[in-house]
Design a protein around this ligand. Sequence first.
Ligand code: 3DU
Length: 214
Amino acid sequence: MEKRTRLILALDVTSRAEARRIVDASKDYLDAIKINWPLILAAGPDIISELSKIKDVVCDMKIADIPNTNRLICEQATSRGASAVICHGFVGEDSVKACVEATKGQVFVVTEMSHPGGKQFTAPVADKLAALARSSGARGIVAPATRPERIADLRKIIGKMEIISPGVGAQGGKASDAIRAGADYIIVGRAIYQSSDPGASAKALADEVRTAVD
Ligand code: 3DU
């Protein structure tokens, strides 16, 4: 995955045509595209292969099952061209390790979730989830742009592993705050795909990130 604009598009649209329209408009400003169930269910799993020819694809299926099922899901994603997957850590180290083995380490583990409900169950165990991501050999963690101070806390636990950070825009977080707190990449969905000019919105976010990095 490139580390140029540090912007990952969360492409949560529900048609292939709409997905292509948004990607065509914004791709110059993206390092990767994250896809989740809404698009995978609407367009079919071959959308992974199609988009992977344009940008690195992160499959955000929030995998959370027993090790064998996790492995099967990861194999389906990577065989279609996914560069990385996102899994949950609360299912335990064996389940996370199954994802790590199946993807040769290309796994991001969810820690504290960015929405208000993320405080309820994920926040109290987020430090442990970050430590688990590290001990399991994952590539990085998912940490909340809505609470940049938590990005900084979690960074202390994971060292140089990568942090990808959702919650910018529609959920109230700011791209520059997340980057300054230590995120490697920001993840942005609605602020780009619901914009009347997705290309301009993606560019503005990439510009904001560049300013925060400089
Ligand atoms: O709020 P947005 O529209 O920018 O989308 C955020 C994306 O990131 C969306 O795909 C969601 O499923 C994902 N995500 C979170 O929002 C929060 C998390 O803690 C983890 C993933």
